[in-house]
Ligand binder design. Structure first.
Ligand SMILES: Cc1ncc(COP(=O)(O)O)c(C=O)c1O
Length: 390
């Protein structure tokens, strides 16, 4: 079957919730992939920030397949070793005390929201249950994480939404302080708003929020689903901001291509999530965790992280030479490209037609390439982009 036939079948049998680009992928290696008709693409998106070690990295494939041949699933009623090893490594590298494993970013955020509410319930009673999030944020597609997402466009059709979320403009410390009354148990935010357009928060605001949360014993939840696991050139984007939240959520790049979500807890928050408070049939899957451990071991290396930073600078330098580009936002290999005259969606479509997979976020082109992307792959991708933006 050729690409057109596959696409027709997709439209016939798969629920039409996704607006897909006109490409049907078959295989890949690092940041290069091939569609079912044999056409080659450079992937500047790594899925959407998922294939952190690129397509089919040899070490990751070995870790996953080795585990696949031993034990593919183990109920959370029993102990198994890959999730323990991964949690041990995550805690060792980040300084957090305990981990809960979920299957996606939204699920990780659901768990974080529950933990913030449970902590507050245990200490202060049920009336202290609101969570403040930021305007223009994105936290997931479940009903509760949609409710937490600070964009009106996501608050349609699916009523009733979960109660207890309020939104404040990013970097507006006065508004946040005014909103933080005795009904608030948590503040949740991305440090670089990803889906919102690759918008980094201001340092003083983030420091102020962290300080306020500490003062009021309000949970600081940082959603690092997109920014975490080396994406910004540090293991956690929190390190750029010098903060230590109570709870950090991870997903996307942690699994290297298999579904995972992880919630990192400071001890006080881990403690309130006792037996029966939360769970997941698939959470902590041994195959997924074996792959994630390989990702983590590779990404946490300081030389690897330095390379991510260097590649980010290399890409920025190259982009600076393209006239149509107005500027670049973001950190490390999480980049938002502002265009002067063209629409990002049109440019992305033209890039795909010419062999470059690239994402958009609001009005910007968005780059989340594999952290392992080579200089040659960057050059090839930028050449397509430069051509499209001529
Ligand atoms: C910051 C952030 N949080 C949460 C999510 C939701 O993750 P998932 O799609 O894995 O549920 C995303 C997905 O784009 C995200 O960027």
């Amino acid at each position: 079957m050729n690409g057109e036939t596959w696409k027709q079948k997709d439209r016939q049998y798969i629920a039409g919730t996704y607006g897909r680009f006109n490409v049907c992928l078959a295989e890949g290696k690092n940041a290069t992939c091939i569609d079912v008709d044999g056409k080659k693409y450079i992937d500047f998106g790594s899925g959407i920030g998922v294939n952190s070690l690129g397509y089919c990295d040899a070490g990751w494939v070995t870790a996953v397949t080795k585990q696949l041949g031993r034990l593919q699933h183990c109920s959370n009623l029993y102990y198994s070793t890959p999730d323990i090893e991964l949690a041990h490594r995550l805690c060792g590298l980040t300084g957090y005390d305990k981990v809960f494993f979920a299957n996606s970013g939204a699920e990780a955020n659901e768990c974080a929201i529950k933990a913030a509410r449970k902590y507050s319930f245990d200490r202060y009673g049920g009336k202290r249950n609101k969570i403040i999030t930021l305007v223009n944020s994105f936290h997931g597609r479940t009903v509760t994480t949609l409710s937490a997402t600070g964009q009106d466009v996501f608050h349609q059709y699916f009523f009733p939404f979960t109660e207890g979320f309020e939104f404040v403009k990013a970097n507006d410390m006065d508004a946040l302080t005014a909103m933080l009354d005795d009904s608030v148990c948590g503040i949740m935010m991305e440090l670089i708003q990803g889906e919102g357009g690759v918008v980094p928060l201001e340092r003083e605001f983030v420091a102020g929020v962290a300080e306020l949360c500490r003062e009021k014993d309000v949970a600081l939840i940082v959603d690092e689903v997109q920014t975490g696991v080396g994406r910004t050139g540090k293991l956690l984007a929190c390190e750029h901001y010098g903060i230590r939240p109570d709870i950090v959520t991870l997903a996307k790049g942690l699994g290297g291509g298999l579904p995972i979500g992880a919630v990192l807890f400071r001890e006080d928050y881990a403690k309130v999530m006792g037996t029966g408070t939360h769970g997941s049939t698939f959470g902590g899957n041994p195959v997924v965790c074996a792959g994630a451990l390989e990702v983590l071991n590779r990404v946490a290396d300081s030389d690897f992280l330095a390379e991510v930073e260097k590649k980010g600078i290399y890409i920025r330098d190259k982009l600076a030479g393209i006239k149509e580009i107005d500027g670049v936002d973001g950190l490390g290999l999480m980049l938002g490209v502002r265009l002067k005259t063209k629409q990002a969606a049109d440019a992305a479509k033209a890039c795909v037609a010419n062999g470059l997979l690239i994402l958009t976020a609001k009005t910007k082109l968005r780059l989340l390439p594999p952290l392992t992307i080579t200089k040659e792959e960057i050059d090839q991708g930028i050449a397509v982009l430069a051509d499209v933006l001529k």
